[in-house]
Each structure stands twice: as structure tokens, then as C-alpha cells.
Design a protein around this ligand. Structure first.
Ligand code: THG
Length: 265
């Protein structure tokens, strides 16, 4: 399972404050903590700073990579911010994200095609957010085909079917899970990824719903997640679900996490 640590996001008060005061140490600490907790990529999002987003993303990418020997996930809807960040990023970044929205797609495609990178492909088009599994799958198929045509390797693509709140439509959880299953079985070699927390929007005990949904998504083949890696119970659910699905040979990872006292029940 590829873990993208989600905590460096300017929608969080602590991060927004650290950006405003240019608190290098605070940003670096959140990055190191996530890396130590098992994050493979550190998500970098300064989306709330309209006009200064690109400048702040670049600053955070550079400061994070001073202390974390690993890649970032550049989280921005702005193709220019992504391009600027790739110019300062060391190693193979993850781009978050391309979609089928025409303007975004046309601007990002040449950038993705000309860089060695991983790319998140959002199931979103100019017709808006898809609601059924079939609509998500159609967008995923189209996006993957176009990316592959431009020379992007299928194994570098992470399709995000987009989680929507189950409180607004009781089919949203099921349709998302079905989409994961369809994408993983019908597009060989591709990955899937998602941010989970939208599933529980508007309901109590959100962490319970988020964790349960994670386990159900892993059962459908989900192999990437944008999560808070400091949530020990979530990380334990991921390790347990992967072992139960037979995606952990001899349960070695599960046992290693246990020995490191990482299995909070
Ligand atoms: N897919 C993709 N990228 C994404 C998302 C996705 N990037 C952003 C988001 N969704 C994932 N990142 C976060 C980062 C922080 C929080 C949630 C998702 C977070 N939320 C607090 C909460 O839910 O309680 C509220 C914020 C706060 O702490 O004040 O922390 O789906 N490709």
C-alpha cells in the first residue's frame, strides 16, 4: 500500500499558520513525523493561498526535502504550480492531480508526459463529479488511455475515483467501492488511490467510518491512500486488511508492524 501523508495541507490551521509565519521547523517536523510513521510520499498543499500558492508549494517542497529523504505529492489544481514544483523537487514526484476537465488536462498533459513522475488521475470531467461506478470507470478508462498514448507507464498512474459523503446519498459508498473493483480488475497494472475522509462528512464518529471504509476499499483492491499516517488505528487497519487480503506474503509486514508496537486495536 502506497501511503501519502496528508497533513501538510493549508486547510489545516497549524499548517496555514506555519506558512504565514514561514516556520520552517514546524513544516519539517510534520514531514518527518509522517515519514517515520510510514508515509511513502509527503502531500504538499497550499491551496488556500490564492495567488501565492505556487510560491508556498515550492518553499514547502524544498524545506521538506531538506529533512526527508523521499518524494512529495504535489497537490494542486493549478498546472503551473505543479510545473514550478517539479523544477525544484528532487527524485520522482507524485502529481496530484490530472483530470478529464479539458483546461486542466490540456495544460498538465505535456508536463506529465515530459517528466518522470507518478500521477494521480481524478475521475472528474467537465460534466462534473460522476456518481455511479460505471461513470467513474468510463472516465478512468479514458484518462488512462490518453496518458498511456502519451507514453506514461500504466504502473505510474493512480486513479482516484473520488469519495463522496454517504450522508448525502446512501449509494455513494457502494458506487465508489464498485469503481475500485472495476478499475483494478479491468485496467491491468493501474493503481487506485483516494482520500477517505469525505465518506464520513456530516456524520458522528468519523474515524470509525473512515477506518471501516478503508478496509472495504482494500478488499476491492485499493493500493494507495491519502491519509493521516499518525492515526495509528488507521495504519493498523491498513496492515490488517492487507494481510487478510493476501497482499502481505507470510503476513511479514503485519508481524513487523506488530513487533514495532504499531498494531493498535
Ligand atoms: N484526493 C486527492 N487529493 C486530495 C484529496 C482526495 N487532497 C486533499 C484531500 N483530499 C486529502 N487531504 C486532507 C488533508 C487534511 C485533512 C483531510 C484531507 C484534514 N481534515 C480535518 C478533518 O477532516 O477533520 C479538518 C481540517 C483541520 O484539521 O482543521 O485534516 O480525496 N487526489
Amino acid at each position: 500500500m502506497i501511503i501519502v501523508g496528508e497533513l501538510i495541507n493549508s486547510s489545516r490551521k497549524a499548517i496555514s499558520e506555519a506558512i504565514k509565519s514561514q516556520d520552517v521547523q514546524a513544516i519539517q517536523q510534520v514531514a518527518k513525523d509522517q515519514r517515520d510513521a510510514g508515509a511513502n510520499y509527503i502531500d504538499i498543499n497550499a491551496g488556500t493561498f490564492v495567488g501565492q500558492e505556487s510560491e508556498y508549494v515550492n518553499w514547502m517542497v524544498q524545506k521538506v526535502q531538506e529533512v526527508v529523504d523521499g518524494p512529495c505529492c504535489i497537490d494542486s489544481p493549478d498546472p503551473r504550480a505543479i510545473e514550478n514544483a517539479l523544477a525544484v523537487h528532487k527524485g520522482t514526484a507524485m502529481i496530484n492531480s490530472i483530470s478529464l476537465e479539458k483546461e486542466r488536462f490540456d495544460a498538465l498533459m505535456p508536463i506529465v508526459a515530459s517528466h518522470e513522475c507518478q500521477v494521480i488521475a481524478l475521475c472528474m470531467s467537465d460534466e462534473g463529479m460522476p456518481e455511479t461506478a460505471e461513470d467513474r470507470f468510463a472516465i478512468a478508462q479514458d484518462l488512462v488511455n490518453r496518458l498511456v498514448q502519451k507514453g506514461v507507464k500504466v504502473e505510474n498512474i493512480y486513479v482516484d475515483p473520488l469519495v463522496q459523503p454517504v450522508s448525502t446519498n446512501d449509494s455513494f459508498g457502494r458506487e465508489f467501492l464498485k469503481a475500485i473493483g472495476m478499475i483494478m480488475t479491468q485496467i491491468p497494472g493501474v493503481h487506485t488511490i483516494c482520500g477517505l475522509s469525505n465518506i464520513s462528512y456530516g456524520l458522528p464518529k468519523r474515524v470509525l467510518l473512515n477506518r471501516t471504509f478503508m478496509s472495504m476499499a482494500i478488499a476491492q483492491g485499493l493500493d494507495g491512500a491519502i491519509v493521516n499516517p499518525l492515526d495509528r488505528k488507521m495504519m493498523a487497519v491498513i496492515a490488517a486488511s492487507e494481510a487478510l487480503m493476501g497482499r502481505d506474503e507470510f503476513c511479514m509486514n503485519y508481524l513487523n508492524v506488530y513487533r514495532a508496537k504499531g498494531l493498535e486495536d
